[in-house]
Design a protein. Structure first.
Length: 183
């Protein structure tokens, strides 16, 4: 990478455009830029979650996810480029299966919450779903790899079971949704 990021203030975006990885310029309001922002926000939120006291295996998983999200960002930033491959999706699926195997079966929807770490995982899940919707929208008009869309879908599943896992490790029960309350 060299000195590529040595100059932060460039003024090239002052007119409302930004550069993509292929050198082209697009409006800062373009769907591709929205998708990049959603993935960046998700990565930041994963970083906030990692600031919590977490088991080493969880920290390891989240570190890998942050790298994957940067790869995904590079894929979105360069039209036609593919950075995430099917093995990354399969890794997430395996983590979901491993974690979920240890959790009690759900018979009701649960509310986001419990421990602070679990609540942050739920928030990251919601941001991940938003990023997924934006990337799906981008894929309707531009080339986006199937793996990129699948990765975000599996990541939201992972973040859901991770929240439950973090609550279980802290002996906090899931908060079950009670529909149609009258009291």
């Amino acid at each position: 990478m060299g000195h590529r990021l040595s100059r932060i203030v460039t003024r090239t975006g002052d007119g409302g455009t930004t550069g993509l990885g292929d050198g082209s310029r697009v409006s800062k309001d373009a769907l591709r830029i929205h998708a990049l922002g959603e993935v960046d926000e998700l990565n930041c939120l994963v970083g906030v979650l990692m600031a919590e006291s977490l088991p080493d295996d969880v920290t390891g998983w989240l570190t890998e996810i942050q790298h994957d999200l940067f790869d995904l960002g590079s894929e979105i930033a360069v039209p036609g480029f593919s950075a995430l491959s099917e093995p990354r999706v399969l890794t997430l699926e395996a983590w979901v299966e491993d974690i979920n195997r240890e959790l009690p079966m759900l018979k009701e929807f649960i509310l986001p919450g419990g421990t602070r770490a679990a609540a942050l995982a739920h928030q990251a899940r919601a941001v991940c779903r938003r990023a997924e919707r934006t990337v799906v929208g981008l894929a309707e008009t531009s080339e986006v790899s199937v793996s990129a869309r699948q990765y975000l879908n599996r990541l939201s599943d992972f973040l859901f079971v991770l929240a439950r896992h973090l609550n279980r490790l802290s002996d906090r029960p899931d908060i079950l949704w009670r529909p149609r309350r009258t009291d």
